[in-house]
Design a protein around this ligand. Sequence first.
Ligand SMILES: NC(=O)c1ccc[n+]([C@@H]2O[C@H](COP(=O)([O-])OP(=O)(O)OC[C@H]3O[C@@H](n4cnc5c(N)ncnc54)[C@H](OP(=O)(O)O)[C@@H]3O)[C@@H](O)[C@H]2O)c1
Length: 361
Amino acid sequence: MSSSLPTTQLAWVFHKHGDPTSVLHLEKDYPVPIPSAQQILVRVHAVALNPFAYKAIAAPLTPFLFKKPGVPEADFSGVVVAESRESGLKIGQEVFGQVPALLVLRKGLGSLCQYVICEPALVTLKPPNVSHEHAASFPLAGLTAYAALVRHGGMKHGDGKRVFVNGGSGGVGAWAIQIAKAKGAYVVSTCSPSTRAFVTSLGADATVDYRSVQPSLPAHLAESYPVSDPDKAFDIIIDAVGTTVGRLYAACPAFLKAGGVYVDVAGTAHVDGLRSALSALGGLANRVLRPAWLGGTRRRYVPLLLNAKEMSEELQEAAELLASGTLKPPIDSVWRFENAREAYPKIMSGRARGKLVVAVD
Ligand SMILES: NC(=O)c1ccc[n+]([C@@H]2O[C@H](COP(=O)([O-])OP(=O)(O)OC[C@H]3O[C@@H](n4cnc5c(N)ncnc54)[C@H](OP(=O)(O)O)[C@@H]3O)[C@@H](O)[C@H]2O)c1
């Protein structure tokens, strides 16, 4: 690594688990990580927040799984300051990408700081006409949407898939709607009245107000998108909400085609103690393991974990779609680096409209 690089940096760090607004602190002399021969080092210009980071900081049951002290977050956009031969990227190039979630959790090497190490499989060149703030808003949520739609949903350009997005106004949902539309799909999304215009602006063909739909969301979907009508029923369901997954998945054979897939990206959305953790695990095991002949739901269920590894192809496609304006960054708000901690109550409220981004100057 070049000797002209600093050895310390500004970084948001947590030394113990708890509420991010009390355990995250801005440190002025945190060590700059040293990349391996395969990794590159990036001077960070923007970071996007994702729910997994506050869940990891606040997790009451699993602190031993996560490295401390640690820097949270995974998404970044910035400039290469130390290159690796394998990446093909050069010092001075503008890039965006994602630190693998396991590197954040197990090594504490997140992106909410000035210098981040990353791996070639999860980084690509940032188009010059896309700002760092906009580029940083894509990787983790956008690649999750790609994984759900393309890798698990089998979506191909122009194949006319019908998609239901539960939680279309959040980070994952906002990218999922746009990626599905870019591939020519028909998209229905839940939203509340306050986010309806936003979800429609992303391209959703129809919206469902999950707060007031009668008699219930599953019953409404069964009536409006019945599996008996292949022109109406869905091929892919992406659930980015989680709290209702038990009921929605159990009811989905009424509105998800027999060959369709239910991708649960929210996972353990609201675990706040031993009881809810056991209940979430029990529900998950039931959905994954219970066969149809024992009363299980007759539809494929995919729990999507933070498993992004080799996704440079999707990242490059996203870069092109961002550059052409086909994908529009769904930015809720941009925060100054020194105020990053103040953004956490917003993302933890579950009411963020798209992505929260931190500008790092
Ligand atoms: N598996 C993975 O790789 C992966 C990756 C990223 C995220 N995730 C997980 O996916 C989940 C969603 O993440 P995110 O970043 O998209 O979340 P988010 O940005 O926090 O989602 C907030 C949005 O959810 C909507 N919402 C809240 N309750 C809802 C409900 N009952 N029905 C429909 N919409 C509802 C809100 O819209 P209204 O204000 O209109 O209600 C709000 O706009 C989180 O649990 C996160 O941890 C998983």
